[in-house]
Design a protein around this ligand. Sequence first.
Ligand SMILES: Nc1nc2c(ncn2[C@@H]2O[C@H](COP(=O)(O)OP(=O)(O)O)[C@@H](O)[C@H]2O)c(=O)[nH]1
Ligand SMILES: [Mg+2]
Length: 303
Amino acid sequence: MYICIVILNFMHKAGFVSILGYPNVGKSTLVNTIIGEQLMPVSPKAQTTRQRVLGIYNDDDTQIIFSDLPGWIIKPQHELHKSMLQDIKSAFDDSDILIYLYDLSSNKENKELLDIFSDLSIPKIITLNKADLVNEEKILITENFLKEKFQNIDIIPISALNGYNVDLLIKTIKNYLPIHPPYYDKDILSDRYLRYFASEIIREQIYYLYKEEIPYETEVIINNFKEDQDPVYIEAEVWVMRESQKKIIIGKNGEMIKQLGINARLKLEKLLDKHVFLQLYVKVKPNWRNNKNILKSLGYNVK
Ligand SMILES: Nc1nc2c(ncn2[C@@H]2O[C@H](COP(=O)(O)OP(=O)(O)O)[C@@H](O)[C@H]2O)c(=O)[nH]1
Ligand SMILES: [Mg+2]
């Protein structure tokens, strides 16, 4: 028995894989598809992801620890942006493999981050996401353009949304993964507690429900999370920057916050597989995005 365990550990592969890309290319969607759970917040708006969070893929002889990262920010405008960039840069130093996620459906410039990616001397893979939205020709043109810049690199068209070629991506990652015992228990999906994902789900639903600057100037804090109760009791504060935003979050006769509560509760119930009682409060915290102490207390990467 002892010999058997030694051999198994000897053959086990494990490592850290970071997913880089501009906002909205599908990084969080890809991590969710790989781990098989809607844990990471996803929305059609940019900058839904604000912190580096791990999503862990396990099979019998492999553990791949993915970092879901914020999207690359060209011009940081406040301390929160700086912390998001800091999280991306930290992944350059401690990843075994980097994946560049390229959005096939977007014509946005990729140059700045592609140049940085090309200079990093870590095993690299390029994935072309949203293949479901474009034709074969667009994929070929993009592949050829990237092959000119990167010699001998794996380029894999995928759809993070419908799972197309995600198995090929996992297989390719395994080729570069070092032999190593698992870093985490093999039955956990992330390094964060459910309490953290509860705040992310509420924040994600704010991205869907509210317009203009509101989602970007809002933060969600969980004040109470009683998981052992039925229904699970969750009390959360929604922070906004101005009194006028508080009014928008609440809406006429409380209609908007009621809708937010319903949307978030439904998603929380799916994640927890239990009934949830969700209590939301709104608080004005002027300029919280530029207050380093507040950001630190919220767990952001502030120098
Ligand atoms: N059609 C399509 N949409 C996708 C795909 N991957 C992500 N999306 C959508 O792109 C938007 C941004 O996704 P998200 O994962 O939040 O991007 P991130 O900012 O890079 O983390 C969301 O509306 C996703 O549903 C894909 O493969 N195909
Ligand atoms: Mg994201």
